[in-house]
Design a protein around this ligand. Sequence first.
Ligand SMILES: C[S@@+](CC[C@H](N)C(=O)[O-])C[C@H]1O[C@@H](n2cnc3c(N)ncnc32)[C@H](O)[C@@H]1O
Length: 205
Amino acid sequence: MTTNQSHWEKVYQTRNYDAVSWYAPHLSESLRLIGELCPRKDSAIVDIGGGESTFVDDLLAQGYTDLSVLDISCAAIDFTKKRLGANAGNVNWCVGDITEYDFKGKTFDLWHDRAVFHFLTDGAKRAAYTNLVKNSVKQGGHVVMATFGPEGPLKCSGLDVVRYDERKLHGEFGDKFKLMGSQTNQHATPSGATQQFLYCWCKVA
Ligand SMILES: C[S@@+](CC[C@H](N)C(=O)[O-])C[C@H]1O[C@@H](n2cnc3c(N)ncnc32)[C@H](O)[C@@H]1O
């Protein structure tokens, strides 16, 4: 097991789902964007680093039929599967490190990442990530990224993060991606702090 994988396994084995700083009962901003960008319920959607978030539950409840969730932590995936019960069988579950992952030819209409990319402090890992996005999102498909914003924290879960503004985040992706919009918002953590997030969404040309 890599250090990064053990870190996240330990987090999910020792912390309650609703006590981690990134917890939100629903990912409202993400859901709003998916509804706008991906109205077809048979759209192939992947949630990168889905953890124990209720994003997949909410998409299933809205009738989406082609959902994939990837996370480096087996514990997080197992927890989410258990919460979904029989509905878990309607999701494609993937355990692995996104910087090394192979979707084996599966492609997506929408790629969603909330609070994963900002952990990639190494340029080579960021390049591996963006290359995978380029190869995995269909032409005309969309990418929705949420990272800490320019005034966001410097660390999350004890790990260093990279903070982004729109220009810097879009710059990681390059010309194949047409920026459609961005906004910052404040996330209220369970302990009462606020964290600035940047949402950025683009279309694959
Ligand atoms: C801050 S949490 C965000 C969880 C979820 N997206 C949310 O918004 O509630 C980061 C998640 O990314 C996962 N993760 C971290 N590094 C990863 C990597 N290299 N590949 C895949 N998942 C990773 C962690 O296990 C964790 O579930």
